[in-house]
Design a protein around this ligand. Structure first.
Ligand SMILES: NC(=O)C1=CN([C@@H]2O[C@H](COP(=O)(O)OP(=O)(O)OC[C@H]3O[C@@H](n4cnc5c(N)ncnc54)[C@H](OP(=O)(O)O)[C@@H]3O)[C@@H](O)[C@H]2O)C=CC1
Ligand SMILES: CC(=O)N[C@@H](CCC(=O)OP(=O)(O)O)C(=O)O
Length: 315
């Protein structure tokens, strides 16, 4: 029997990518909503009730409304918005956190898909926090480079329609007030006692992210070496098909491209630097492991099938 899936917000950037991937699958029946009625609450309620699994690819307020419309139905929800990531009763959809997390996702009926920038920061910090190598009060700082599709339809239009202003041709920093919406989930999931200093940068390319975190080894427990820290990542992600740790010392010729994983659904961790000062990089697609790919990975886990089914993983 096919699994019935509804994508609320299927015309948006994240929803469209999920739709593209799922429409090729023979084990999924996509529930479609009439174009003119796609924001009609009665129609959405009906689609949610008919589905086994629903993806919410909506702004936060609409996602909160959709969850209330699903009340009383059996539908299992994966919300790609920020609305429920740290909410009670919801499971954080980053299965690589631990075996327990994977099992919780498999059994959950409410999964909050991680934020794109947050996925990168958590993929670097949580393995160090998990074994207490990094103390909870370590002053984490992060740069996060993203393609403009990270800003959804509105930003894509800004970059692609009409004549581009000079400033859109250059990388642009934002989140300058240090109140980025992903900070809460980063602090919660990594068990940090203070928020990181987080500097996102959007640049003139469609998709792909590179999250970069500098670390002074003397402030980690026992002052581990470059190799010791690499080994922590290699061990943590050993059995994770979606997160690859590059071999020790590998740095892709010294240039790391922010769009290096564009179009793929997995993530790469690269440890660079030396025994004193490390720079750890997480490279992935904001629409892959940062959103749609991660959402489908979570759906596959909830369905009890191979998490990589129907996804595009690099070799
Ligand atoms: N883009 C990215 O890289 C990432 C996005 N996300 C999250 O995913 C969610 C979707 O983002 P994204 O796809 O980029 O955004 P988009 O703006 O590209 O798409 C959102 C879609 O939701 C539709 N929509 C808005 N309100 C309603 C409603 N009440 N009922 C039904 N549909 C509605 C919009 O309709 P219309 O077409 O008419 O505007 C649009 O098609 C957001 O919460 C975002 O934070 C998460 C990680 C990464
Ligand atoms: C370029 C850009 O604006 N990116 C968005 C992140 C994408 C997004 O909306 O993501 P989440 O749902 O994961 O929060 C931002 O920094 O707010």
């Amino acid at each position: 029997m096919k699994t019935k899936v509804f994508i609320d917000g299927h015309e948006g950037t994240t929803g469209l990518r999920i739709h593209e991937r799922l429409s090729k699958r023979s084990d999924i029946e996509l529930i479609s909503i009439h174009e003119e009625l796609r924001k009609d609450t009665a129609e959405i309620k009906e689609c949610l009730a008919a589905a086994d699994i629903a993806f919410l690819c909506l702004p936060d307020a609409a996602a909160i409304e959709a969850v209330s419309l699903a009340e009383g139905s059996k539908v299992r929800i994966i919300d790609t918005s920020t609305a429920h990531r740290t909410a009670t009763g919801w499971t954080y959809g980053f299965p690589e956190l631990s075996k327990e997390q994977y099992i919780q996702i498999a059994e959950s009926s409410r999964v909050g898909n991680p934020g794109c920038h947050a996925s990168g920061v958590i993929s670097v910090i949580q393995p160090l926090r998990d074994i207490d190598l990094m103390p909870a009060d370590y002053p984490v700082t992060a740069f996060s480079l993203t393609g403009y599709s990270g800003g959804g339809k509105k930003m894509i239009k800004q970059y692609e329609k009409g004549e581009k202003t000079e400033e859109l041709l250059a990388p642009r920093q934002y989140g300058l007030g240090q109140k980025h919406k992903h900070l809460k989930e980063i602090v919660d999931i990594c068990g940090l006692s203070q928020a990181p200093i987080f500097s996102p940068i959007v640049d003139d390319y469609y998709s792909g992210m590179e999250v970069t975190i500098p670390i002074f080894t003397k402030y980690l427990k026992g002052t581990p070496s470059f190799k010791d820290v690499w080994e922590v990542y290699a061990a943590h992600y050993e059995n994770c098909p979606f997160v690859h740790v590059l071999p020790f010392g590998e740095d892709k010729g010294g240039f790391l491209a922010g769009n290096g994983k564009s179009g793929y659904d997995d993530m790469e961790i690269i440890v660079t630097g030396n025994d004193d000062r490390l720079v750890i990089h997480s490279i992935f697609d904001n629409l892959g492991k940062g959103a749609s790919g991660a959402a489908i990975q979570n759906m596959n886990i909830m369905m009890g099938i191979d998490p990589a089914t129907g996804l595009k993983l690099s070799k």
